[in-house]
Design a protein around this ligand. Sequence first.
Ligand code: NAD
Ligand code: MG
Length: 383
Amino acid sequence: MSVTPKGVALLGATGSIGTSALRVLARQPARFRAVAVTAHANRDALQTIATAVAPAYVGLVEGGDTLPADWGRGAGCLIEAATHPAVDIVINAVVGAAGLPATMAALRAGKRVALANKETLVVAGAIVTAMAAEHGAELVPVDSEHSAILQCLAGRRPEEVRRLVLTASGGPFRTWDASRIAAATRADALRHPTWQMGAKITIDSATLANKALEVIEAHHLFGVPYERIDVVVHPQSIIHSFVEFVDGSVLAQLGTPTMELPILYALTWPDRVPDAGVPSFDAVAWGGLTFESVRHDAFPMLALGIEAGRRGGAAPAVYNAANEVAVAAFLANRISFGDIPRRVAEALEELGGRAGDTLEQVLAADAAARAQVEAQVHAHAGS
Ligand code: NAD
Ligand code: MG
């Protein structure tokens, strides 16, 4: 192993993935050191992190003039952290399309990106993967399903792969009927059965939009066409995904539901290093793993998202942006749970045919979708 620890930039250090990543880094001081940390608006939490890890760079997006003089500020702080000379690996744990510019800047600077921010690949998957190839920069998934697939694929050639099967917990409404789901409250939707996560991805897990984002993410990361990516519901969240090979053999990756393992693997890939973070395997304790088909009628966001992925162009960016605005409106009690797919479907209908070959085009589509859903949310308020 290397003598000098690798420098890590942690974007979104105060979030759910950020907090898990800090625990992983604290257990691996000989290999990794947090040299840059950023957050959106939680100054006190970021100050606590900065005091604990003493990074070379600290940046807060929203904090105005009252920040310590040596802190970075504004959205540009994500880029400054991602391209800092002491940084070898960027953990992008920002939520939403706001994470895209930092992913691109890091890849352009030749850094490894350990990517939790799946929205990066949904909004601009082809652009981002081409940029990684052009700059010889590594893009390694943190998302548990994609980490599982990466681990199953180790050393295999693309033509040996028949199919990817992503597992989904099914979320809190797995067994609810469609009309009950449509009327679910914020508290219902935030009660995820197996994972503790930030609010946006928790709602995405309740609508199954998260799984659509992950199918698109898998398509871009592994270069597998949509017709060879499937989803199966697995309520226990122990099997993190499957890869089926052309001879019919199937590999799966298993583990206790913790993001610390995929975070560590994204840092060390293709190597594995000793770590005390995950309890030892107990097959008996994990007895009773079950699988179910997705109930597409009850969870329209999954098919809408996969269809946007297949359509290509700006459609995935429109889906993502519309979903971000609709989820924020739901979390603010401005729309119902059942309105989320309604608003997203309208946005795709209106804007899903736009071109998305260039960054300018996808960003314009993203902005148009945000404006359209915001206007619809406003128009339906109180109705
Ligand atoms: P979170 O809401 O808990 O944390 C988000 C972090 O990003 C915070 O540090 C916040 O300050 C920062 N942030 C938010 N908006 C920002 C902006 N506009 N500019 C800069 N920084 C901003 O979210 P999370 O659950 O940690 O998820 C982060 C990402 O990881 C998401 O893309 C999510 O889909 C993905 N992910 C999360 C999990 C999980 O277990 N939480 C699992 C897989 C993938
Ligand atoms: Mg996931």
